[in-house]
Design a binder for this molecule. Structure first.
Ligand code: ZN
Length: 119
């Protein structure tokens, strides 16, 4: 998949735009470029589709671009997510998120918890 990766020019632009920080948790070390819309579903290696993440956030980022943008990028940790919705578990927080976004809870949970590594 190497040949579909971001070019060094796009990476440099993205890093500059992000102020050389992870766009989720603001870490400044081990920065990588993430495809918001994965290549497998037609995402392009363009600046528009590029978000700068630290290695940790990159590893746990959900593949689903809606969840990535509206849930993953918005809350830098489970703690932030839970306290934002004033609930006590991550599952309840995702439930509140789904109500707010008017999307299917079970499907969202499956997509979000697809990943073995948690937020
Ligand atoms: Zn990060």
């Amino acid at each position: 998949m190497r040949e579909h990766d971001f070019s060094s020019g796009v990476k440099a632009e993205a890093l500059k735009k992000a102020n050389y920080r992870c766009e989720r948790c603001w870490a400044s070390k081990d920065l990588e470029c993430h495809h918001v819309i994965p290549l497998e579903v037609g995402g392009q290696s363009t600046l528009d589709n590029c978000v700068v993440l630290c290695r940790h956030c990159h590893k746990i980022a959900p593949q689903d671009s809606f969840l990535f943008k509206h849930l993953f990028l918005r809350f830098a940790s489970s703690k932030e997510l839970i306290s934002h919705y004033q609930v006590s578990t991550e599952e309840e927080a995702i439930h509140s998120f789904c109500l707010e976004m008017d999307i299917d809870f079970q499907g969202t949970l499956d997509k979000f918890w697809n990943d073995p590594v948690r937020m």
